[in-house]
Ligand binder design. Structure first.
Ligand code: ATP
Ligand code: MG
Ligand code: MG
Length: 548
């Protein structure tokens, strides 16, 4: 593999190791288990695990599970599977923020004892009104100056379940006039009765907020560099406040980088959840989805996604990455690795009138890689070609088959179209053609045949379903300018072709096997496949034809 490109975070780490600030770095990938991972998470995974790998450090997988209502074990399991699939290993460093609930509670007691936290009885609406705005300072809560004893007692009773949801919160006592709204006495704990947490069950009715939990979890795990996306830049003073004011064993540093935004898709988990829940796609692993499960089912390789993440780089400026960049990463990987096959997606029968015996043709599995070997392809009197490779009234420059014209069959002979057989409605039923038997592996005498088309022997063909995928959205930035992103859903993002005819070497291909169908694109076997009914998904076309 190529060595990773440098970036500002690598430079910070190099300096921290050179100065002796750290002997070994520790990073973490902290997903909330409220959805499946998407390509944006891949950027964070490749960054965090990649840094640990290249600097000889460690990277934890930590579930940030402080919001139990939207979380569940299906998401936990899918996230583990996807991180492994991407090629990373947390070994024995699997954590849940909920592992620290007892410690976090203890640190909250410490803050109360130091006069740095208080139990507040403002409701959500009042709290908003007291918070102020960007231009106006907030107002102190009437509960801000309770005694330590009273706060300790109330906090204990909050834990014991004496108060209903929303009636009380624990707040940090920082500064209601701070220009940074995140420092205006942020909430540290809220009450939630009746939820069953996937890890802690019904043990708690008091849940810590993300802003309080995250820095302390990092500190408890000895994380040195806590990497997050830019929207948390304004939260960093609160992050630092938390680790500075409780007795944690280490002082992690938060560093922000820009999140991945990708054209023609959406990545907020809310929107992805709705796409699944409202039935716009068939599930989290629908091949149209930007989830890792969807990309896997679409035929993306882990290597192509890692390479894509390296190519987009890590910076502090937000931008929109072209879908073509992701597509070229997978195209390059599959160009090198995918065996070539012939598959006729829109079959048109051609009877070769001067052929009576079957014959075996030898074909290489990869034009640039002899090590991938060869296969034999049966050839016989009846073959299928693609409907789009024949034109009765050819447009200018059409190099494929026309009435009376010649074309080369890939890995076989030159044929000439002698007759077009139609039904009463004028639809083409089949073609009759003659074979120039002197053209196997050589050019015909005295004339040039320009076109080469693929074909499959009718007697030996494997019938299959082929799912052609396109971008899920018809516009680059769905939902931009306040529009409903659903309006931009591309209704043609999935087209299903049935009765496709494949060469027999594709019989028995296993789920996840990838091939280039010559002249069509790269395809992968879908898990819906059975031996009677193979299903292939289009991963990506042969070249970037978007908009052309
Ligand atoms: P959403 O806002 O869609 O709910 P999230 O950021 O809350 O996503 P998490 O599960 O909390 O999702 O994310 C886990 C980690 O992945 C975080 O460190 C987050 O910064 C990172 N991450 C999420 N989305 C992206 C993205 N588009 N680009 C880069 N990193 C991302
Ligand atoms: Mg989120
Ligand atoms: Mg998050």
């Amino acid at each position: 593999a190529e060595s990773p490109r440098t970036n500002f975070i690598r430079q910070i780490i190099e300096a921290d190791l050179a100065s002796g600030k750290h002997d070994r770095i520790a990073t973490r990938f902290p997903p909330e288990p409220n959805g499946y991972l998407h390509i944006g998470h891949a950027k964070s995974i490749v960054l965090n695990f990649g840094l640990a790998q290249s600097f000889g450090g460690i990277c934890n997988l930590r579930f940030d599970d402080t919001n139990p209502i939207k979380e569940n074990m299906e998401f936990v399991e899918s996230i583990k599977e996807d991180v492994r699939w991407l090629g990373f290993d947390w070994e024995d460093r699997l954590y849940f923020a909920s592992d620290y609930f007892e410690q976090l509670y203890g640190f909250a007691v410490e803050l109360i004892e130091k006069g740095l936290a208080y139990v507040c009885e403002l409701n959500a609406e009042e709290m908003r009104a007291y918070r102020g705005t960007l231009t106006e300072p907030g107002k102190d809560s009437p509960y801000r100056d309770r005694s330590v004893e009273e706060n300790l007692d109330l906090f204990k009773r909050m834990r014991a379940g004496e108060f209903p949801d929303g009636s009380r919160t624990l707040r940090a006592r920082i500064d209601m006039a701070s220009p940074n709204i995140n420092l205006r006495d942020p909430v540290l704990y809220r009450i939630k009765h009746g939820v069953v947490h996937h890890q802690t069950g019904s043990a708690w009715c008091l849940y810590p907020t993300y802003d309080y939990t995250h820095p302390i979890s990092d500190a408890l795990e000895g994380i040195t560099h806590s990497l997050c996306t830019l929207e948390f830049e304004d939260h960093r003073p609160l992050y630092d406040w938390c680790v500075a004011n409780v007795s944690v064993p280490s002082k992690p540093r938060q560093i922000e980088f820009s999140r991945l935004n990708l054209e023609y898709t959406v990545m907020s988990k809310r929107r992805l959840t709705d796409l699944v829940g409202e039935g716009h796609v068939q599930g989290w692993d629908d091949p149209r989805m930007p989830t890792l499960a969807g990309l896997r089912r679409r035929g993306y390789t882990p290597a192509s996604i890692r390479e894509f993440c390296e190519r987009i780089g890590v910076t502090k400026s937000d931008n929109l990455v072209e879908m073509a960049l992701l597509e070229s990463a997978i195209r390059e990987d599959l160009d090198a690795k995918a065996p070539r096959r012939m598959a006729v997606l829109r079959p048109l029968k051609v009877v070769l009138t001067n052929v009576s015996e079957n014959q075996q043709m030898e074909a290489s599995n990869h034009p640039k890689d002899a090590a991938m070997g060869t296969r034999s392809i049966p050839f016989g009197r009846e073959i299928y070609i693609d409907r789009t490779d024949f034109e009765e009234q050819p447009p200018k420059g059409f190099k494929r088959l026309i009435p009376g014209g010649e074309v080369r069959l890939r890995n076989a002979y030159v044929i000439r179209c002698e007759e077009v057989v139609k039904n009463e409605a004028g639809e083409i039923l089949e073609l009759r053609a003659s074979v120039d038997l002197d053209t196997l592996g050589k050019n015909p005498e005295g004339r040039k045949v320009k076109g080469v088309i693929h074909w499959v022997s009718a007697e030996h063909a494997v019938s299959a379903e082929v799912r052609l995928y396109d971008r899920l959205f018809g516009v680059a930035t769905p939902g931009a300018g306040g529009a409903d992103y659903r309006e931009a859903i591309n209704p043609d993002a999935l087209r299903v072709l049935t009765g496709c005819m494949l060469e027999p070497a594709l019989r028995g291909a296993e789920t996840g096997e990838r091939f280039q169908f010559e002249r069509e694109g790269y395809f992968v076997v879908d898990p819906d496949s059975t031996s009677e009914h193979p299903v292939f998904n289009l991963t990506v076309g042969l070249r970037d034809t978007w908009g052309k």
